[in-house]
Design a protein around this ligand. Structure first.
Ligand SMILES: Nc1ncnc2c1ncn2[C@@H]1O[C@H](COP(=O)(O)OP(=O)(O)OP(=O)(O)O)[C@@H](O)[C@H]1O
Length: 230
């Protein structure tokens, strides 16, 4: 369980307050107006910006941990694939940046490539892949790290609608199979409805506790309604 207890996350003059919990295995969307602090929330949980207050995962205090030591993987819109490394090496980088993986490690790489539908494509270069396939490489890298908490910040916004749906369904399926807890920032109400039973509303300087996505979207507060154009 992710537990944020009177957490304050600051970026320059901006401060976001959060008191909420996300149960283990929960898939939660993060919705709210532009500039409301959705990315700030993920950056704070990931350890990339300053926080004050309580933040635990399964009772373990995350605050003192550097980003790489947290039980967290992140996937952002810019997938940051290395153009000069093969697909397999891009994925292996998620486990060991020096790429000394050994036979077992490379077997795991091949396994996760299979999980994301890229079986046998490990020797390709990223530039020779479609946008959707590149997203799958980034997802494979995250899966290989095998961290229980996955943070997604509009990871598939650059994809066309059909491909985006396909990737969301793949993430949902892999998250369920691996028992992951997922927080996903999105600008698209359809993404939230498809992917997440519950949604965290980020607005007015506050990340609100998860509430049922359907109910929130059926009767959105004014600032969310204006943003979603409903
Ligand atoms: N590096 C920074 N330094 C100072 N303030 C920042 C920085 N990055 C973001 N902010 C401010 O923090 C606030 C929240 O930004 P954030 O990117 O978290 O919003 P968001 O909800 O993700 O927005 P969007 O939907 O437009 O991506 C904004 O007021 C923004 O100007």
């Amino acid at each position: 369980m992710l537990d944020l207890d009177e957490l304050t996350i600051t970026q320059g003059d901006f401060a976001l307050e959060a008191t909420l919990t996300v149960p283990q295995g929960g898939r939660v969307a993060v919705l709210g107006p532009s500039g409301g602090g959705k990315s700030t929330l993920l950056l704070g949980i990931g350890g990339y910006i300053a926080t004050q207050g309580g933040m635990t995962w399964d009772g373990e205090d995350l605050s003192p941990l550097a980003p790489g030591a947290r039980p967290i993987s992140t996937l952002f819109q810019a997938h940051n694939l290395f153009p000069h490394l093969t697909v397999a090496r891009n994925v292996g980088f998620g486990l060991r940046p020096d790429l000394r993986l050994g036979a077992d490690g490379w077997a795991r790489v091949a396994q996760v490539l299979g999980q994301v539908g890229l079986e046998g494509m490990g020797d390709r270069m990223p530039a020779s892949l479609s946008g959707g396939q590149q997203s799958r490489v980034a997802l494979a890298r995250v899966l290989l790290r095998a961290q229980p908490l996955l943070l997604l910040d509009e990871p598939f916004a650059a994809l066309g609608p059909a491909l985006k749906v396909e990737m969301l369904d793949l993430v949902a399926q892999l998250a369920d199979q691996n028992g992951l807890t997922v927080l996903m920032v999105t600008h698209d109400r359809a993404d939230a409805e498809r992917f997440a039973k519950d949604t965290i509303l980020v607005a007015g300087g506050r990340a609100h506790p998860p509430m049922p996505t359907q109910a929130l979207l059926a009767n959105p507060p004014a600032e969310l309604a204006a943003y979603l154009g409903t």
